[in-house]
Design a protein around this ligand. Structure first.
Ligand code: SF4
Ligand code: ZN
Length: 307
C-alpha cells in the first residue's frame, strides 16, 4: 500500500479515515490532529503551562513528545506507584519517563506513593482490602492536582485515547450512570482548587499512538500494569474493536454522538469544594479522601506492628 500524500511505502492504513501514510508523513498528520483536538475543545494555549501525567506507557509519553513538538510548555509528572509485578513495572516506567525528559530537555516531577503515603499501591491494596485501582486512582488524582497547583501549572493533560474513552462510555452507558455520563468529556474545567484536566488524544486509537511512539523512537514500557489484567475495561475494548473492525469509525461516532447529546445528562448539584483541614486540597468533606486513606494506612500498620 502506498502513502496517500507522497506515494512512498505506507506504514499504516487507517480505515476510519480511508488513509494510508508512510513514515515521513505520519508524524505531521498526527501532530496536526493533536492540535485540532486541542483547539476544538479549547484545552489550552501556547501561553499555558501544561503538566503531562506520564506513566511510562506509549500514550502518555507520545503525548508529552507531541506537545513539545507543537511548541507547548509541557513538563511531565511521574507518580511512582511501587508496583513490581515480577518484572519491575514501576522502576521500568520511571526509567522510560526519565529518558524522555532528558531527550526533550523538559522537567520531570516525580513523586513516590510509598514515601508520601507510607505504603506502595500493592501495600495499600492489602491494607485496605480493596482492589488496587481504587487506592491507585485516588492517590494519582490527588498528586496530579497537588503538584499542578504547587508548581503552578495551568492544566493537567493525560494520555487517554479513543479506545479508553469509548470503553468508559460503553461501561457508563451499560449502567446508565447519569452522573458519570454527565462528566465524561475531554475537558474538565477548573473549579474550587481543582485544576483543569484535558485529554488531547481523545480521537486517536491505541494503534495510532503506538505508531507515533514507534516512528519517533520513544522507548516506552510495553507491559501493562499487572493489576490491569482481567479488567472489565479490557473486555469492553475487545467488544468495541470487533464493532470497529466491521464498521470502521464506530468508536469515534459513538463518542462524538454522545458529546452532542451529553448535556441531556444532568449531574446532580455538585457539592461545593472547600480546603481539606489537614492538607488544604479541595474536598467535599472536612478531611479529604487522601488524608483519610493515609490515616487508615497508618492505623493498620500500627495495628500490624503491635500484633
Ligand atoms: Fe493503578 Fe494499575 Fe489500576 Fe492503572 S491498572 S489504576 S496503574 S493499579
Ligand atoms: Zn487532605
Amino acid at each position: 500500500m502506498k502513502c496517500r500524500k507522497c506515494r512512498q511505502k505506507a506504514i499504516i492504513y487507517m480505515p476510519e479515515h480511508r488513509l494510508a501514510l508512510c513514515q515521513q508523513c505520519y508524524a505531521p498528520w498526527f501532530l496536526d490532529h493533536t492540535e485540532r483536538a486541542i483547539k476544538k475543545f479549547h484545552m489550552f494555549t501556547h501561553q499555558d503551562r501544561v503538566l503531562v501525567a506520564v506513566s511510562g506507557g506509549k500514550d502518555s509519553l507520545a503525548l508529552w513528545h507531541a506537545l513539545t513538538e507543537l511548541g507547548y510548555e509541557a513538563d511531565g509528572l511521574y507518580i511512582d506507584l511501587g508496583i513490581d509485578g515480577g518484572f519491575g513495572y514501576s522502576d521500568k516506567s520511571k526509567q522510560a519517563c526519565m529518558r524522555l525528559a532528558e531527550r526533550l530537555h523538559r522537567t520531570l516531577h516525580t513523586v513516590s506513593v510509598a514515601e508520601e503515603v507510607g505504603a506502595s499501591v500493592p501495600e495499600i491494596k492489602e491494607l485496605t482490602r480493596r482492589v488496587a485501582c481504587s487506592g491507585c486512582g485516588l492517590v494519582k488524582r490527588y498528586f496530579m492536582n497537588r503538584i499542578s497547583l504547587d508548581a503552578d501549572y495551568d492544566v493537567i493533560a493525560t494520555g487517554h485515547n479513543l479506545d479508553d474513552e469509548a470503553a468508559v462510555l460503553f461501561a457508563n452507558t451499560l449502567r446508565w450512570d447519569e452522573e458519570y455520563l454527565a462528566r465524561q468529556y475531554p475537558v474538565l474545567q477548573e473549579r474550587d482548587g481543582l485544576r483543569k484536566k484535558v485529554k488531547p488524544f481523545i480521537y486517536f486509537t491505541e494503534k495510532q499512538t503506538t505508531v507515533y511512539a514507534l516512528v519517533n523512537r520513544i522507548e516506552y514500557v510495553r507491559e501493562e500494569c499487572p493489576f490491569a489484567v482481567g479488567a472489565t475495561s479490557l473486555y469492553h475494548k475487545g467488544i468495541l474493536n470487533e464493532l470497529e473492525h466491521h464498521s470502521p469509525g464506530t468508536k469515534r461516532r459513538f463518542l462524538d454522538g454522545f458529546f452532542k447529546i451529553r448535556e441531556r445528562f444532568s449531574s446532580p448539584e455538585r457539592a461545593k469544594l472547600t480546603p481539606c483541614q489537614k492538607c488544604g486540597q479541595p474536598t467535599t468533606t472536612e478531611i479529604c479522601a487522601y488524608c483519610r486513606l493515609v490515616d487508615h494506612i497508618h492505623r493498620r500498620q500500627a495495628a500490624h506492628s503491635v500484633a
